[in-house]
Design a protein around this ligand. Structure first.
Ligand code: ACO
Length: 324
């Protein structure tokens, strides 16, 4: 018999996408590219772009409202807001503080996490630790990005890859002896390769925002083995294995990375949630957006075993296993 412990249960997920759809064909009118080139190498057909005056905190706010509605909870029920983002509204305060203000919440705490594309998975592990250490009872975790503001729209090697969006998850404490909620997480960073994927500007260096710079082949080369490492570690820590998995929800950077990681992990494509064709790479928002889609259309159900993973700038990489 397992003992009664505090577990972090997923209460709901939610999402928000800006209205404006930018297709590959439309992009091909402004940079030298084609739908065929982009789709073949990345699996992307289109992405969403935030409207002028629509900020990361606005996207995050709408995803939060959706998650609160899906959980049948009110803002009073939340005691911590964590926003994973690389594209904050302002240098400070945190985007989480701005989301808190938009939600009309005056109690509890709020802060941001910066782990680029791995931000949401780092957020799941952080939220789980806060709950298990009784620092919070019900956490609103959001991944929100406006990457359209940091890509160089004249650089065809990067601008075709990214999009804007937000996804949210509400996690809450439950004392139980069941194998439910966040079962295990694994987080890694190695700054040695920071210059393979970075933004060439910042507060303390250039005083400018900068643009995304990437050595695509290098990122690809590292991604699959890094994903394998953390997923494998999470399986080992939790005592589960890939045969038991109901759903694999990877970071949506590139369909070829998703396929190669799935193959190496022996996870069939029928169990893999893929949204990159419609969302492109929304960085920290990609995993909760994919989760929201798969929960919304009835694929992910209560009791399912779900593996989340992500890899991104830093490099950072991580995975979390959740019993829904
Ligand atoms: N349209 C048309 N041609 C292009 C484009 C484009 N959008 N971008 C590059 N090219 C050209 C290049 O200029 C090059 O031309 P050349 O041979 O005349 O010099 C040719 O296509 C091949 O370029 P490569 O960079 O070698 O293309 P590659 O096959 O490596 O594909 C890609 C590039 C898709 C970025 C690939 O490296 C990749 O998938 N990398 C993974 C990186 C990734 O997904 N990053 C997302 C962020 S990181 C993350 O979230 C994990």
């Amino acid at each position: 018999m397992s003992k009664i412990e505090i577990k972090s249960i997923v209460r709901s997920v939610g999402s928000y996408l800006p209205k404006r759809i930018l297709t590959n064909d439309e992009l091909a009118k402004t940079v030298d590219t084609s739908d065929e080139w982009i789709f073949q190498r990345t699996g992307i057909h289109e992405r969403r772009i935030a409207a002028k005056g629509e900020f990361t905190s606005d996207l995050a706010y709408h995803a939060a409202i959706d998650a609160l509605k899906n959980a049948n909870l009110s803002t009073n029920d939340i005691d911590l807001i964590i926003v994973a983002t690389t594209t904050p509204d302002l240098t400070f305060p945190s985007t989480a503080a701005l989301v808190q203000q938009k939600l009309g919440i005056h109690h509890g705490a709020a802060f941001d996490i910066q782990a680029v594309c791995s931000g949401f998975v780092f957020g799941v592990a952080t939220a789980d630790s806060y709950i298990k250490n009784q620092l919070a009872k019900r956490i609103l975790l959001i991944g929100a990005e406006t990457f359209s503001r940091i890509v160089d729209w004249n650089d065809r090697t990067t601008c075709v890859l990214f999009g804007d969006g937000a996804g949210a998850m509400i996690l809450e404490a439950k004392e139980t002896d069941e194998d439910v909620g966040v079962l295990a997480s694994s987080l890694r960073t190695d700054g040695a390769d920071w210059d393979k994927l970075y933004v060439d500007g910042g507060v303390s260096s250039t005083g400018t925002i900068g643009h995304v710079k990437m050595q695509g082949k290098e990122v690809f080369k590292h991604a699959v083995s890094m994903i394998f490492d953390v997923v494998d570690d999470v399986f080992a820590k939790s005592g589960h294995n890939s045969d038991e998995l109901d759903w694999f929800v990877p970071h949506q950077a590139n369909k070829r990375i998703i396929d190669a990681a799935g193959k190496k992990l022996k996870i069939p494509s029928e169990k893999t949630v893929v949204t990159v064709q419609k969302h492109a790479n929304t960085s920290a928002a990609s995993v909760p957006l994919a989760l929201s889609q798969a929960v919304g259309d009835g694929r992910i159900k209560k009791g399912d075993l779900v593996m989340l993973e992500a890899m991104g700038g830093g490099f950072t990489w991580g995975a979390s296993l959740i019993r829904w």
